[in-house]
Design a protein around this ligand. Sequence first.
Ligand code: ZN
Length: 378
Amino acid sequence: MEKIALMRNVIAIVPGSQEPDKWVIAGNHRDAWIYGGLDPSSGTAALLEVARAMGTAVKQGFQPHRTIVLANWDAEEDLLGGSTSWVKDNRAKLLQDGVVYVNLDSAASGPEFDGGSTPALADFLRETTKAVPHPDIPGGSVYDHWVKASKSGTAEVNEIVGATDYTAFQEHIGMSCIDMTFDGPYGVYHSMYDNYFWMSHIADLGFRYNVTCTQLLALILWRLANADILPLDYSNYAKSALAAIEEIEKMVGPQKSIRLERARNAARRWLKEASAWEKKVGRFLVSEKSLNPKRASEVNSLLMDVERAMTEEEGLKSRAFYKHLVYAPQPTYRTELLPRIFEAIKAQEWNDIPRYEEQLARAFDRAARLIRESSRQL
Ligand SMILES: [Zn+2]
């Protein structure tokens, strides 16, 4: 049955005191297939609790430096509809002032932290989990539990490519994004059994993990809204780009070979600039020197633009909405690295590849230039 219905997003704004134009955004969807106990209502509960906590903080005289926007999206399950249309409506604003988007879909079906981000935020996410207690480890943090539960013994941050409401922010705008959840034995995905009974009796007794997720979300937002220098580490990003180049070269069968040397060299130049920048920031932060607010704002805008530099207006051939050069989701949600080249290989459109490689090299050089400029300002 076809039905036309209205989508309703609910947006709350906590105005910033020093840089009110700059938006740190968190979002979660509200629509569900059936009851949606975990997906998405556990996330909605967390978002509402963060709103309540921030409201209390503001009433007590604490105000974030940057504005915090809390968004409750509609129509995620159908088509990522609420978030996508809001991003399209606010495109110019987000290009200019969108700092970071933090997504929370399902908050917690169990104890295991599962964190993903664009590569520049991976270290920030790890650091922040160290400050939140984990209910299963007395005296221990979410980070400790994360490391203990992982097969590799390290806190692995997933690459994110678009699957839930961060998609438009990452793919259409080029905003740095985080997407996170706490996992456990699940099995009720999108079914009528994902309800309050399952949440309260099986998934999360006493809602301890939901509370933990809420604390983490609040801390992430508060730190991002108040950081003097945004915690965007692009050396991680350049390394991910180099790994993506290698992977896509291997994707081509033995009958054909592609070498993306131009893109690789540009990514190396980017890596060099980013590593130098991170050392400089480290020294700056321990020196306890202060940066005048106008300067800091310029530096932060340059850093935000590095993620924007990973996009190109043209968009993917078959899906022009997707403007990111490094990541896109396949229609199955699986990762598509360097999507233009990936799709050209799949379609055997070999002649397009040099142009796509050129776009990549230009993007990496843009990123290096922006970071060099931030260095000059610091
Ligand atoms: Zn969901």
